[in-house]
Design a protein around this ligand. Sequence first.
Ligand code: NAP
Length: 358
Amino acid sequence: MSVAVTGATGFLGLHLVRELLRHHNRVLLLSRRNTVPAEERVTRFLQASGVTDTRLLELTPRLTSVDIDVRVPQLGLGDAAFQQLADRIDVLWHCAGNISFSDCDEDVWRTNVDGMRHVLALVSAGRREPLVCHVSTVAVAGGRRHGTVREEELDASHGFQTLYERSKYEAEVLLRRWVRLHGGRAAVFRPSGLITHHPTYPGRPRHLLQMAAEACAAGLRMFPELAAPDGSLRVPAAEGAQTNMLPVEHAAFAMVEAVRRRPPRDIDTYHVVNSRNTPMTEVAAAIAGHLDTPEVHLDPRPGPPVSPAVQAVSREFGMYTRWLQVTRRYDDTNLAALGLSYPGRPTVDRDYLRDCLR
Ligand SMILES: NC(=O)c1ccc[n+]([C@@H]2O[C@H](COP(=O)([O-])OP(=O)(O)OC[C@H]3O[C@@H](n4cnc5c(N)ncnc54)[C@H](OP(=O)(O)O)[C@@H]3O)[C@@H](O)[C@H]2O)c1
């Protein structure tokens, strides 16, 4: 069985490739052209994950790559190369994405929505009728702040806080239409925030918490008046604001295993989440510890009007501050039915989060 992966060199994609190598003889990396070949980037990751040299010698010849760009028709390949690729694939993991939270970045739409369209053109062109495993996100729930989001929901009625959310929603809509019209088969995975406490290494893609910490540091550099004289920060947040995060290692394992245990007949959707939400106070404490800021107070009181500096930060780093208004949870019935829910260890608490930021 021939398995291909887009986005294989990204934070999640690297972990997916490692899982796929456990079960498949060869893995085809569909990756963006880079001065460092995709095979080498995957090899570096495997090495940093503790794979022994002997095992690496066995694994690396099983990786091959084709350079693609999901933003352009035929993924940037000529007719013959496109058809050849389409005829080769039995299972396509589509993990390439632009995860920028900037609303001015037109590349987000081109990568996530046009990219999905072009990937679907690829799987429709081949003679093998491949299974599509699409990496979506819990962010397709958009502006919904409270309650429990179910796996079968795909609902735009709450609006979207960012172009990223909207683009991932649109990509799912396109995929569902393709399944309906072409009788295709797909698994949709919606992970929550993915993190890891494993030490970083030069060139490893950053994870969400690192990006959030960097955004906080940048906010403080740009608007030092945000901090009180004692260095502490007061940030407006909803009462009980919380988020959902889980280790990327479990997410990648559960996704690959879900398809093995239950090959989809039409379309299956899975929330790949932690059954325990993490209070934003714990996230704030971890980031504050990392930045050497004495304390971050999440302030649920409606209180005095938000200062111009906070307003400026909200504009600049909107997605991060909007998360502070959310208490929603995610149902993971479909993954639980396969015995693949997150076991809850390690516990995603402030200590674990601080380890993730080391
Ligand atoms: N990380 C999370 O917490 C999280 C949570 C939920 C869902 N997701 C979803 O998971 C997927 C992967 O996210 P990630 O965190 O791994 O992101 P990432 O580290 O930024 O990786 C993105 C991957 O997509 C590739 N890519 C980007 N633009 C491309 C293009 N035009 N053509 C071909 N490949 C392209 C990148 O290639 P290069 O290596 O060349 O840049 C990289 O391999 C995304 O679809 C995201 O929506 C992530």
